[in-house]
Each structure stands twice: as C-alpha cells, then as structure tokens.
Design a protein around this ligand. Structure first.
Ligand SMILES: Nc1ncnc2c1ncn2[C@@H]1O[C@H](COP(=O)(O)OP(=O)(O)OP(=O)(O)O)[C@@H](O)[C@H]1O
Ligand SMILES: [Mg+2]
Length: 300
C-alpha cells in the first residue's frame, strides 16, 4: 500500500511540476539499445579452409571508436562480415547490445548497423538514388543533408545534371574519393547506432582524403564505430587500435601507446608510405606475396 501511495505522490508531482525544462532545439535520437559489440571466443574458417579465427575475443564498448589495423589478409574484412552475419561463426558468439546476433532477426541486426564496405557498390542511377536507397522513404531534405555532411554536394554541383547525373556502370564516372563520399552519405542517411566501415585501400588525392576524413568524423560522433583503417589520418584519431594478424589480436592500445610499445604496430607505422599503413614484411619477400593477395578478389 505504502509503495502505491509513494508512486501516486510522484505521479502527482510530475503533473503539477511546471514545465521549466524544455527540449533542446537540436535533440539527439534516443538510442534505447546499448550499442556495444562483443566477439566471444569466435571460431571461423572460410569454406573448408584452415581456421582463420580461433577463439577470437574483442570488446567494443558502446560509443567507442575502434580502429582495426593489420597486414593484408589478417581477417579485418572477414570480421566485419561476421558482425553483419553475412556468414555464421563456427563457434563462440557475437553479441550486440548484449544479445547474440544469431538469435536476432537479420533485418533487426542490419538496422542497427550502417555498413560501408571496402569497395562500395554503385548503381547506374543518379547520384541522388545512389544515396537514397540506404533509407527507403527518406525525404529530399534528409538526402540533401546527408549529401552535404559527406561532402558530396561539392562535386555534385560541377556535374552536368547535378544530383540527377547518372554515375555510370559501377560508378565509373566518379573518382574513388567521390565514391567513398557517396558511401558515407548513405551511412549518414541510415543513422544507425553502429558504424562499420571497411576503409578503401585505394589512395585518394589529399583534398579528397581531407573531405572523406571530415565526413567520417561527423559520422562516428555519437556512435559505436568499428573502422578497418588503412590511412594514418584515420588511425591516429581512433580511441583504440586493434592489430589483427592471421586472425589473432596481436596488440591493442591507442596510437601513442602502440608506438611506445615498439611492437608490430610501431613497425607497421614506420613502414608507412604515402599516408598508408603498408605491409610489415620486407617488400621483396612476403610483401610481394601479400600485394598479390590484395589485388586479387577473394574467392569462395
Ligand atoms: N570468401 C572467401 N573465401 C575463402 N577465403 C577467404 C574469403 N575471403 C577472405 N578469405 C581469406 O581469409 C583471410 C582474411 O581475409 P580478409 O579479407 O578478411 O583480410 P583483410 O584483413 O580484410 O585484408 P585486406 O587488408 O587486404 O583488406 C585471407 O587469407 C583471405 O584469403
Ligand atoms: Mg579487407
């Protein structure tokens, strides 16, 4: 009885309290789920091959910005695809907001994640359609806002038909940096609590690089972000870097901590060239093999 009384007293108080507090003019969307991600003892092998991940553990607290780095073939893209559940783990589990992703509806899982793949697909449609498909039903204002935030607007203004310009088969009429900005605009439009980005390995001119970085920074704000990072300008600003090699976590820490540790990351860093993290091994031996691996599409 007493508790009922207390509750009704509180309720009355709520009713009587004059509205002295007001909503902020620019309110943030409520994110009811904890958008943390956890890989727990994950086992995985690509179709009948040798195991890539053997008991991989990785924790990404809600709101953290984690950079995944490491040599080509280390398993970075595979990790992103497992989180999207494009493939199932062979053992262990992956949790999002404390829930096993294998027990969620696939559409619910993918609604939580804005995914920017390493080579984003472009359709032979207008620039507008290429952004808009990320969220069916988005208004023109929302599409244009996403385009502006991702610095798509700048280059679109110089195209013959602006946002109605067709991008060509697979987006051939756009430069690499422009395609990446379109892909970031899609992710901004999706407005999902988790951002999963597989940074492209192709080099960008320095202006594109700056604009892509700005768009990325905008996109990561208020989100949990797992970014496969190849560019130095991306890695230095992440909260924590995870160095993945042959399916294992070699080291974790901030850019500064890992440099001080003088371990694999520091070696990767010192082999940097043209603003990119390059393979750790000597270019004449292992590096050459890895370069081949990088230039060949993975086969199943
Ligand atoms: N679909 C597939 N079928 C079989 N093996 C695959 C497949 N995709 C990737 N692999 C293999 O799994 C390993 C990890 O590949 P993954 O693409 O995850 O590496 P990565 O770290 O993303 O490399 P990069 O830096 O070049 O993008 C590699 O040995 C690769 O050859
Ligand atoms: Mg990859």
């Amino acid at each position: 009885m007493e508790s009922t009384l207390t509750e009704s007293a509180q309720f009355t108080e709520l009713l009587l309290t004059p509205p002295t507090v007001v909503d902020p003019p620019d309110p943030q969307p409520l994110r009811p789920v904890d958008a943390g991600v956890r890989f727990e003892r994950v086992l995985f092998a690509h179709g009948g091959g040798p195991p890539l991940f053997e008991r991989l553990d990785l924790e990404i607290p809600s709101g953290a910005k984690i950079g995944l780095v490491g040599r080509s073939g280390g398993g970075k893209t595979t990790l992103t695809r497992l989180l999207l559940r494009l493939m199932d783990v062979d053992g262990g589990r992956i949790l999002v907001g404390g829930q096993d992703i294998a027990r969620l509806r696939q559409s619910d899982l993918r609604n939580l994640i804005a995914y920017v793949p390493q080579e984003p697909a472009m359709f032979h449609r207008s620039v507008r359609d290429n952004i808009a498909f990320a969220r069916p039903g988005a208004t023109e204002t929302e599409i244009l806002r996403a385009a502006r935030a991702a610095h798509v607007t700048e280059f679109v203004e110089s195209l013959p038909a602006g946002f109605d310009t067709l991008v060509g088969e697979r987006g051939v009429k756009l430069s690499g940096g422009q395609r990446q900005r379109v892909a970031l605009a899609r992710a901004i439009l999706r407005d999902a609590p988790i951002l999963l980005l597989d940074e492209a390995t192709s080099a960008l001119d320095s202006e594109s690089e700056l604009l892509v970085q700005e768009a990325l920074w905008h996109l990561m704000r208020d989100r949990t972000a797992l970014v496969v990072a190849h560019r130095l300008s991306t890695v230095v600003r992440m909260d924590r870097l995870v160095v993945l090699d042959r399916g294992s976590v070699l080291e974790e820490g901030s850019h500064r901590e890992l440099l001080q540790a003088k371990g694999p990351y520091a070696r990767l860093w010192h082999h940097q060239s043209g603003g990119f993290l390059t393979d750790e091994a000597a270019p004449d031996t292992l590096g050459a093999a890895q370069h081949d691996l990088k230039s060949q599409p993975a086969t199943g």
